[in-house]
Design a binder for this molecule. Structure first.
Ligand SMILES: *Cc1c(COP(=O)(O)O)cnc(C)c1O
Length: 218
């Protein structure tokens, strides 16, 4: 039996106090997620918009919902009324759509720019210079209803701890290089079940942990 409450306690005890734990509940039923809620967890991450909407509809409204997966522009409208933080923003087009949909609901939607740090070809994300170009662009500065509050990265899916560490150190260095010029960058979202300890060593401020809390996904 998976003991969700105990798993949460163990993980929380190992995280520095100022690190935000996003409990990644994708594919898990509401009944399981409610066990984490009952244990005090209020931040949950999903990677499919439709699934997140369904969970938002049935679950308590004091939950902060994070979209951690790749977002298609035409689906932003389905989550714009409630999503708290979108982790994987990687284009001007997407930022503009988030801004437009946020305006309709008179809210501001928080975003992270996803930086490509993994060596794998398939991973989404911006090159560092493209992230800078976005942050500097007049079009982005004009957006009133999005708040870019940090960066997100996913390391290569590998057992090679040194490689993961090098990738996290790279995004951490990029983050540090830019927090003076862009003081709104406060969040560094790196670390999942398999690598969050390395991420914490690299000064992660937000970890996204699923299977170590809820058990393996099918
Ligand atoms: C699924 C997922 C996670 C959590 O993965 P675990 O290995 O189960 O902790 C974190 N981040 C993203 C972007 C994910 O899609």
């Amino acid at each position: 039996m998976i003991d969700i409450e105990r798993n949460l306690q163990t993980i929380k005890a190992s995280l520095p106090k100022d690190v935000t734990l996003v409990a990644v509940s994708k594919t898990k039923p509401v009944s399981e997620i409610m066990k984490a809620y009952a244990a005090g967890q209020r931040v949950f991450g999903e990677n499919k918009i439709q699934e997140m909407v369904q969970k938002w509809e049935t679950m308590p409204k004091d939950i902060s919902w994070h979209m951690i997966g790749h977002v298609q522009t035409n689906k932003v409208k389905y989550m714009a009324h409630f999503v708290d933080l979108i982790h994987a923003v990687d284009s001007l087009k997407l930022l503009k759509e988030i801004d437009k949909q946020a305006k309709k609901h008179e809210r501001t939607i928080n975003c992270l720019l996803q930086i490509k740090i993994a060596q794998e070809e398939s991973k989404f994300g911006l090159k560092e210079e493209d992230a800078i170009a976005l942050l500097d662009s007049d079009e982005v500065k004009k957006l009133t209803n999005v708040h870019i509050q940090g960066l997100m990265g996913m390391a290569t899916f590998t057992n090679n701890q040194n490689q993961i560490k090098a990738e996290f150190e790279k995004i951490k260095a990029f983050f540090d290089d830019n927090t003076t010029k862009y003081p709104e960058l406060k969040t560094l979202s790196i670390g999942m079940s398999g690598d969050y300890r390395i991420a914490i060593d690299c000064a992660s401020t937000m970890v996204r942990i699923g299977s170590s809390i809820f058990g393996a996904r099918n």
